[in-house]
Design a protein around this ligand. Structure first.
Ligand code: ABU
Length: 499
């Protein structure tokens, strides 16, 4: 019982015994949460509306006190924080591209927090800096780049990686931008598919290029960029007086999981002298699978690649890497030589002070958990994990084909682990296709999702896309998910949606 004990009785104020007991108690709470995460009979979430959580629930208050609270209360708060959160590692959590709870990854995250250091210099992160180099090399090898040529950096999420890619491409073509800014440049244009991630447009916005200068290239019915549409966008941009400099190709789109035709896009980029970026935030994990890596053929021709191990590889959030083919460019583009951090006269090889490659100053250690998981599984272990997720997707696809109460959005076999579908309630079955059916079908997924969240036994996302009204998107990245969870998902949707 910690009810009469306060944080002033923990380290550094007192001896370590009480700190150990407190942390041990916290670990017990975490173990119990982990057990529940893998227990199919436990809920994925215990949903409460924002106002309910803000008002406070059964002794759980988010408000901050003026006076210290005792350690017992802190442990209750920790338990409640997990209780009212979402178990993203639950085998029936299908809501996001990142899911799962990897025990080795978790160990890595705990160690990282305990070490509590910063990635800007070798002097305070000697081991982590070298691990980053080793892991990046391994990722370059999987992409297919020549040994010792590439560069890269772990950054906070795929959107930031994509931002870096646009920044680098612009600097590569117009190095004067670093000092003179956008006013010294012609009107730029960049290109990305209509199904690519919104972060490409956001990068254009943040970097002062402007969203109107992002050309959105049409996709085919599977969500893949159409190369001849890219060519016509390039011609249009030129005829409008813009200077094309960057093309983003997506390897694993967010909704359909589609892979753009990388070799064709690489040919176009080569012909027009453009930077080719591949956003493989979601699809990068497939590089580790012998059965599926061919879907990324052509990625080796990219100038830069985004790859998020926190998605398909199941590494705890967050873990995202920007890989760059040309060594030194990141440093040249972002270096500002802050004297208080990057002194050139240190007694070790200062090329390991990688912090000036970054646009951040402080940088979290995201690499250790990935390094530890790679040791634990080997590339092959990651490959089998990816294969299992894609097998689940194929199983769901086959189930959907057989069931009359569901309709697939894409009729062809999924390339990645995304499967998109509508549930057709009894009242809509047999209704002729058209605006009236679309209007009613659009309301089905949000209604089911609302009930699903209130009951909390499973979780899946939905969205509209182009002219397609709201549909469910199921994604598999959790190695704990089995076929029985897929059956459960479909039966739950049918139960909740039956009118
Ligand atoms: N950065 C894309 C993540 C979106 C998703 O999990 O659905």
């Amino acid at each position: 019982d910690f009810s009469s004990i306060y944080s002033k009785e923990l380290l550094p104020h007192c001896n370590g015994e009480m700190s150990r007991r407190f942390l041990q108690e916290l670990v017990n709470i975490l173990f119990s949460y982990i057990d529940k995460t893998f227990d199919r009979s436990s809920k994925v979430l215990d949903f409460h509306h924002p106002h309910q959580l803000k008002e406070g629930l059964e002794g759980f208050s988010l408000e901050l006190p003026e006076q210290p609270e005792n350690l017992e209360q802190l442990l209750v708060d920790c338990r409640d924080t997990l209780k009212y959160g979402v178990k993203t590692g639950h085998p029936r959590f299908f809501n996001q591209l990142s899911s799962g709870l990897d025990i080795v990854g978790l160990a890595g995250e705990w160690l990282t927090s305990t070490a509590n250091t910063n990635m800007f210099t070798f002097e305070i992160s000697p081991v982590f800096i070298l691990m980053e180099e080793i892991v990046l090399k391994k990722m370059h090898e999987k992409v297919g780049w020549e040994e010792d040529k590439g560069d890269g950096i772990f950054c906070p999420g795929g959107s930031m990686c994509n931002l870096y890619s646009v920044l680098l491409a612009r600097y590569h073509r117009f190095p004067e931008v670093k000092r003179k800014g956008m006013a010294a440049l012609p009107k730029l244009a960049l290109f990305t598919s209509e199904q690519s991630h919104y972060s490409i447009k956001k990068a254009a916005m943040v970097l002062g290029i402007g969203t109107e200068n992002v050309f959105v290239v049409k996709c085919d019915e599977r969500g893949k960029m159409i190369p001849r549409e890219l060519e016509s966008c390039l011609n249009r941009a030129r005829s409008e007086g813009r200077t094309p400099f960057y093309v983003n190709a997506t390897a694993g789109t967010t909704v359909f999981g589609a892979f753009d035709p990388l070799p064709d896009i690489a040919d176009i980029c080569q012909r027009h002298g453009l930077w080719m970026h591949v956003d493989a935030a979601w699809g990068g994990g497939l590089l580790l699978s012998k059965s599926h890596c061919a879907k990324l053929r052509g990625i080796e021709r990219a100038s830069s690649v985004t790859w998020n191990p926190h998605k398909m590889m199941g590494v705890p959030l967050q873990c995202a890497a920007l890989l760059v083919r040309e060594k030194g460019l990141l440093h040249e583009c972002n270096q500002l030589r802050a004297d208080y951090l990057f002194q050139p006269d240190k007694h070790y090889d200062v090329s390991y002070d990688t912090g000036d490659k970054s646009i951040q100053c402080g940088r979290h250690v995201d690499v250790f958990k990935l390094w530890l998981m790679w040791k634990a599984k080997g590339s092959e272990g990651f490959g089998s994990q990816v294969n299992r997720c894609l097998e689940n997707a194929e199983y769901l696809f086959n189930c959907l084909r057989k069931r009359p109460d569901f309709e697939l959005v894409c009729k062809s076999k999924p390339e990645h682990s995304n499967v998109c579908f509508w549930y057709i309630p009894p009242s809509l079955r047999g209704t002729p296709r058209g605006p009236d059916r679309d209007r009613r079908l659009h309301e089905v997924a949000p209604k089911i999702k609302a009930k699903m969240m209130e009951e909390g036994m499973v979780m899946i996302g939905y969205q509209p896309l182009g002219e397609k009204v709201n549909f469910f998107r199921c994604v598999f990245s959790n190695p704990a998910t089995k076929k029985e969870d897929v059956d459960f998902l479909l039966d739950e949707i049918a139960r909740l949606g039956c009118d």
